[in-house]
Every structure is written in C-alpha cells, then in structure tokens.
Design a protein around this ligand. Structure first.
Ligand SMILES: Cc1ncc(COP(=O)(O)OP(=O)(O)O)c(N)n1
Ligand code: TZP
Ligand code: MG
Length: 371
C-alpha cells in the first residue's frame, strides 16, 4: 500500500465529507514524486548558494563581472525550476530541514563562507545532474555544464580574493623552526598578520607536511594567506595559497604550470635585473633584499637601502623588503620607500609576537593607511 494517501484522494459527498483514498499512487508515480522533490530542493540549494556568492562579488568586491556571472548561473538554474517540480515540495514532511552541522552555525571568515557555499552549489548541481537523468536528460546535461562553470567561477573568485589580500598585506612573517611554532604564528595572526610563509630548510618531508597542514589550517581560520617556501609539491599537497621561490629554485614558468594562474608565486630578488625579469615572468610579488646582513641568511651580501629606494620607484607589483628588519630600523626602511616588509627573527624570536606585529603594522600603516 501507499504511505501518502492524501496526495491522491478526493472529496466524496456520499461519505459526508470524509476524505477517502480512491486510487493509490502507483510505485512509479511515488518514485517520480520523490525525484521531483529532490530536484526541487537542490534547485533551491544551488540558487541560494549562488546568491550568497553573488552578494560578496557585488558588495564586497565591487566586481560587476563576477557578480554578473553569478546572476547568469542563477537564472540558468531557475529556468529548470518548473511549476511541476515546485508542486512536489513537502517542507513539513522533510526530515532534512532540522539537520544542521555545527560548522554551519559559525564561519571563521569570508573565505570559509565562500568555500562552504561553493561546495553546496557544486554538490547540489551534482545531485541535479544524477536525478534529472530520470526526469529530463537535457537538464542533466545542463547541470553538468553549470557545475563546470561554477568550478571556473570558484577558481577566479578565490584567485581574486588571494590577490586582493596580497596587495593589502604589509607585513609578511617568514617562519623559522621553533618549538612553539603554531602558538607563535597564532600570536602574530592575532596581532593582525595577513601573510605567512612556512620556511624550514632542514625538516624531513613528513614533518614539513604536517606543519604545513597545521599552519594552513590556522591561516584559514584567521583569513590569512599561506605560502610555502621552496616547495611547489608541498604547497599543492596542503592546498596553500602559493609558493615562494629563490633565484636557484624551479623556473617560474614551470611553477606556474604546476600551480595554475590562481595561486601566488613570489620570487627573491637582490638587484634591478632580477626585479625586471621577475615582473616579466609574471610573478605575483617579490622579496627585495637582504636589506641588512642577517644571521638568518648567512653569507648573503646585503643590498642596502638603495635597492629598496629603487624598488619604491620602479616596482609595479607588491614587493617586500626583507633581511635584518626589526622594530628599531623599520622606519629607516619605510623612509627609503618600503610599504611592505617581511621578517623572520623579529617575530619568531619575539617574547610577545602579538605586540610586535601590532607595532610593525602600526609603523607601516602610518604612511598610506589604505593600501
Ligand atoms: C619574502 C621572501 N623573500 C626572500 C626569501 C628568500 O628566498 P630564497 O632566496 O629562496 O632563500 P631561502 O628562503 O629559500 O633560504 C624568502 N624566503 N621570502
Ligand atoms: C629568507 C631571507 N631572504 C633574504 S633575507 C632573509 C632572512 C630574513 O630574516 P631576518 O628577518 O631574521 O633577518
Ligand atoms: Mg628558496
């Protein structure tokens, strides 16, 4: 027998208004109703997710092109939402309306909101693709196509977010091995750090991967960018935001091929020629230095403040003065034209990394409060 008697019943005068079942749904009809409900729910889910992403593109990024793409996809989804599918909706009878995951009740950053909603849209489109094969094969094809378009949108939007945050970042912490690595980094993040590089020249790969994963997670929570030094493979394995390479490391073109256009690539430079070559090769930012001699990079000749001044006048991409910079000399580096600096010891050896981060940022923000 059937479970949903009233769906297929009629008012019968001969029984004084008592509703009676005249003809049960056939099993085929019941399955059709279930498929319609699944399609209805997932069409809604996909549209809601797209609307959430669209609002950020429009109001958060002021990016008309990305907002328009969301709107186009939303309208494409809506086209398939026919009255027939809407009529199958049965919200009171849906046990799923009560189910939420604790993570859905709190999000750490805009990035997590966007990522959660991209997942939701992609999942919904995958469900639509599968179930609409039982309904209209054309719809299944359209949903598959839309899913790929959403992947492309995700990659452009996440890439855009990364670049925006890179341009806004003024202080860059490059780590050194430390017994309280995570605590130290977290303290700096609490002070407002938005860009972190994991650098460990001696750890074995299993430790490197473990630490990189934890640091990435931490950066994710604080909405900061996470870069891996030297190793493109580790950056990809932990889904980092990018990699930092030196002049002797993998060629930029190869790294770009492996990392794609949306992840960040930074390159160390010590002179004008290296700077111009780096820009021509399409890196996203450069390191400028070592400004001062430093035990962190023993044997590397200091470039001095002259190269900082040259970068200030000639560099068209974000650049970070690095090497021997601390709370005592940061104003000399700023006076030479630096708007962004990278440090190792100043933060990794600080007793109070939160306070030092705040101090360094306050000095950097003095020049141009809005980057
Ligand atoms: C921001 C930044 N600038 C420069 C470097 C140095 O990179 P590299 O020359 O490859 O030397 P190592 O860091 O690998 O010893 C950097 N890591 N970060
Ligand atoms: C990795 C690197 N590349 C150029 S200088 C430098 C080290 C900077 O370290 P510190 O801030 O401790 O002087
Ligand atoms: Mg290197």
């Amino acid at each position: 027998m059937v479970t949903r008697i009233y769906e297929n019943s009629q008012f019968d005068e001969s029984t004084n208004g008592v509703v009676v079942m005249v003809e049960p749904y056939s099993q085929k009809e019941q399955i059709q109703q279930v498929v319609y409900r699944i399609l209805d729910a997932n069409l809604d889910r996909a549209r809601e997710g797209l609307r959430i992403i669209e609002e950020w593109c429009r109001f958060g990024l002021n990016n008309a092109q990305l907002a328009l793409e969301c709107k186009r996809l939303r309208q494409e989804v809506a086209k398939w939402h026919t009255p027939e599918l809407r009529a199958a909706r049965d919200t009171p009878g849906d046990p799923g309306t009560e189910l939420t995951h604790p993570q859905e009740e709190q999000r750490a950053s805009i990035k997590s909101v966007l990522q959660a909603n991209f997942c939701r849209i992609e999942e919904a489109l995958r469900v639509l693709e599968e179930y609409s094969k039982l309904y209209q094969p054309n719809m299944a094809k359209a949903c598959k196509q839309m899913r790929y378009e959403v992947y492309t949108l995700e990659s452009s939007l996440m890439g855009h977010q990364r670049h925006q945050l890179l341009w806004r970042s003024r202080l860059y912490l490059v780590t050194s091995p430390h017994e309280s690595l995570l605590n130290n980094v977290e303290a700096a993040l609490k002070g407002g750090l938005t860009l972190l590089q994991y650098r460990d020249k001696t750890a074995d790969d299993s430790l490197r991967l473990e630490q990189a994963r934890k640091l990435r997670q931490l950066c994710h929570i604080y909405g900061a960018l996470f870069i891996v030094n030297d190793r493109v493979d580790v950056a990809l394995a932990v889904d980092a935001d990018g990699v930092h390479l030196g002049q002797q490391d993998m060629p930029i073109a190869v790294a770009r091929q492996l990392l794609g256009s949306q992840r960040l690539i930074g390159l160390s430079t010590t002179n004008k020629e290296e700077m111009q070559a780096a820009i021509a090769e399409g890196v996203d930012y450069i390191g400028v230095g070592p400004v001062y001699e430093t035990p962190t990079k023993l044997g590397k000749v200091a470039t001095g403040l002259e190269y900082v001044s040259y970068a200030a006048k000639n560099c068209s991409i974000p650049w970070f003065a690095i090497g021997g910079i601390d709370a005592n000399n940061i104003n000399d580096v700023i006076d030479a034209g630096a708007e962004r600096v990278a440090v190792v010891r100043s933060l990794m050896q600080a007793e109070q990394p939160t306070l030092v981060t705040q101090y360094l940022l306050s000095q950097l923000n003095r020049i141009k409060p809005e980057l």
